[in-house]
Write a protein that binds this ligand. Structure first.
Ligand code: ZN
Length: 701
């Protein structure tokens, strides 16, 4: 309502050809937010506000940089590094909102804006990182850092910035710098195109329309109701539509008896970006890979994987490959056993066919039932979204004493979004948490945790974080509330772990505060998944949505026994994608490869079984387009850390051991960016991480 009113007001202002000053004044990004806890005033933000705010942000930061480089005093930590660390406030303010909304709630206007804004910010970043005068000043502080009376965090911040500049090409010649700029522009353009194609392939290009009720055999009422609702919205009342979004895709693959339709839907899924249509990503990904290889070479690395992993815990691509191989061997052996057992079911049922990739979910579910007498549909009624949410809040309260209170009048960008204030036990403000659960056409696939504002310090005063969790969970249908699958339940706990890291981070310098090595970032998130499945925790939040009955011990027992089930499949499809990522980023020269042949060769080399497809194939592997290039492996790397860290709680005999929780909060969540990952981990754990808890958890030993 408010937004509509505002829009018409904006239109009137334009019609009356207001002068520039009026427009500027009405732009919410140009003043302090006058909202609870200064969250973004979504009710006042209009798409027309972004471009002027971004332009202003870029100009302001450029002026701040100019002031640093034109300073005639000798470079010091304060006048150079600190001034640089605190520059760009306005740009961060608008970019964090624009970026979050363009992922969670986009539309053609936002996408068009993104195509304009992205090259602008890329150019701006390059103007900074290739600014030689700025680099020389930072270098000067870097060279004298150990004799300048700096504290450990100041020294670390200087070192990080110096290294960033070198990694971004500060030591290149002017000609090479120009070339690097062109590469970065080209990369940015192609990455946007890749993601837009992705969204189009999921949301508009493919849908499975069913018009005969018998083709729904095996599916639950809530799933078919939702498919009917989708069809109705699409103007096809009386039919059912299934899409490539997970809440639609997975139940169909798991339960639909019609094998041909399962194949059709799964093909739609794994052929994304590979349909030789206007949304095809083969040429685009090849361009991206080649540009990255060229960039890595220019910066003195043999491959892009070397360039990326150099600053991770793993240090080298070889260490990553060895690690992945070690886990692939036992996982593949068990996945093959599972496959053979599923084939037996097919044979016993008189099915005259060989198990294919689109059969895996369906027969895995049958095998689970046969082996553990457990069906996903038994657990789901206990996993109402609000109960799961309250369960994760409960765990955080028990561990860290924090509480969550709904802020009913906080502005939101969509009516389904919930907002909570987070407080310490003593009532002190910690930050604000946004939760946005269900799929929409303008929302990217998957789940993530983002920031509308990161914690920082301004003139010694703490600025509190505003964190957002976005997911694509099954929405409520009729009288049935949103019931989460077990996978979705873990996903919510996972993203909540990222949110806790964002809320607890405390550091004076933006460059280092909360800045974990990439292969450590998933430690705070994945550790939370461990609590989700503990009987003690389940009994708190898993209540039947109709009767309120607490989940029975007997069902928990079966869930525990079945917890290793299909873990081999999960590990294999994940490692396959990780290897594919490393292989693409290990080319030493740009090449004109056949994308599909390259993918096949890579998968053949690790003896991937034909019944399993990598979790992401090249043409829709959006992780490696975004921040996970040569870094998809990090989830498994961090899984070693998270299972080992959780083991500390288990071994203490108290899942909420306050002393261990306090150490985890301090050394990982609050100060995780203060030192190298392994050093912070040892401070928490008192020893190196062991792989054994992970292997046990996945049933691989
Ligand atoms: Zn994560």
């Amino acid at each position: 309502m408010k937004k509509l009113l505002y829009l018409s007001l904006a239109v009137m202002l334009v019609i009356s050809s207001c002068n520039q000053a009026d427009k500027k004044e009405s732009n919410p990004f140009f003043s302090e937010y006058k909202t609870p806890f200064q969250v973004p005033p979504f009710n006042l933000i209009d798409t027309t506000h972004f471009m002027p705010a971004i332009e202003k942000g870029i100009a302001e930061q450029q002026a701040e940089i100019d002031a640093i480089v034109n300073n005639t005093e000798t470079p010091t930590f304060e006048n150079t590094v600190l001034a640089f660390d605190k520059s760009g406030k306005q740009l961060r303010k608008v970019s964090s909102v624009f970026g979050s909304l363009n992922s969670a709630n986009t539309n053609p206007v936002m996408q068009a804006l993104n195509r304009k804004i992205s090259p602008m910010t890329t150019r701006h970043r390059d103007n900074i990182s290739l600014n030689d005068k700025l680099f020389q000043r930072i270098k000067s502080v870097y060279e004298t850092r150990n004799s300048a009376n700096l504290d450990s965090q100041q020294i670390r911040t200087v070192e990080k910035y110096f290294n960033d500049f070198v990694r971004n090409g500060a030591n290149l010649s002017e000609t090479e710098k120009e070339k690097l700029r062109a590469i970065n522009q080209e990369l940015s353009k192609n990455q946007i195109k890749f993601n837009e194609n992705q969204l189009a392939e999921i949301n508009t290009n493919f849908r499975l329309v069913i018009d005969k009720a018998e083709d729904l055999d095996g599916l639950s009422k809530e799933v078919t109701d939702e498919a009917a609702a989708v069809a109705k919205t699409a103007g096809m009342e009386g039919k059912w539509i299934f899409t490539l979004q997970k809440p639609s895709l997975l139940p169909f693959l798991t339960y639909a008896k019609n094998r041909d339709l399962r194949e059709k839907l799964y093909r739609g899924y794994f052929m994304r970006g590979n349909n030789n249509n206007e949304f095809d990503n083969k040429e685009i990904i090849l361009k991206i890979i080649n540009l990255r290889a060229e960039k890595a070479k220019m910066l003195g690395f043999e491959t892009y994987a070397d360039y990326i992993i150099d600053i991770n815990m793993a240090k080298t691509p070889e260490a990553v490959s060895t690690f992945l191989n070690e886990l692939m061997v036992p996982a593949l052996a068990i996945a093959k056993k599972d496959r053979d057992e599923m084939q037996k079911i097919i044979n016993n049922e008189g099915g005259n066919f060989k198990l294919a990739s689109w059969d895996w979910w369906y027969y895995a579910e049958k095998l689970k039932k046969a082996k553990y007498n457990l069906e996903e549909s038994e657990v789901k009624p206990y996993m109402a979204l609000t109960n799961v949410r309250d369960g994760m809040f409960h765990v955080a309260t028990k561990l860290y004493g924090i509480t969550f209170t709904r802020i009913p009048d906080a502005p939101v960008y969509h009516p389904e979004v919930e907002v909570f204030e987070v407080n310490e036990t003593n009532g002190d403000h910690v930050g604000v948490l946004y939760l946005d659960y269900h799929p929409r056409p303008g929302k990217s696939a998957g789940a993530w945790c983002g920031r509308f504002r990161s914690q920082s310090y301004e003139d010694g005063k703490k600025i509190y974080p505003v964190v957002t969790i976005v997911t694509n969970f099954t929405r409520p249908s009729g009288d049935t509330p949103a019931l989460l699958s077990w996978d979705e339940t873990q996903t919510l706990f996972h993203e909540f772990g990222h949110a806790l890291a964002g809320l607890f981070t405390d550091g004076k310098y933006d460059r280092t505060a909360g800045n974990l090595a990439r292969d450590m970032v998933e430690l705070p998130s994945q550790i939370m998944e461990n609590w989700a499945g503990e009987p003690e925790v389940l009994k708190v939040y898993a209540k039947h949505y109709l009767t309120g009955e607490i989940i029975p011990d007997e069902l928990i027992g079966r869930m525990e026994k079945a917890s290793v089930f299909n873990e081999a499949f999960n590990t294999v499809e994940y490692i396959a994608a990780s290897v594919l990522d490393i292989d693409w980023h290990s080319i030493t020269e740009p090449k004109q490869a056949d994308v599909l042949a390259f993918e096949k060769e890579s998968m053949d080399r690790i003896n991937l079984m034909e019944e399993i497809i990598p979790r992401y194939r090249t043409t829709y592997f959006s992780h490696i387009i975004g921040g996970y290039a040569a870094g998809y492996y990090v989830y498994l790397w961090a899984a070693v850390l998270d299972t080992d860290a959780f083991q500390a709680f288990v071994d203490s005999g108290d899942l909420y051991n306050s002393e261990i929780a306090a150490r985890f909060r301090k050394f990982i969540l609050t100060e995780g960016g203060n030192d190298e990952g392994m050093i912070q981990y040892r401070k928490f754990r008192g020893q190196d991480p062991s792989k054994v808890p992970l292997l046990k958890k996945r049933g691989l030993i």
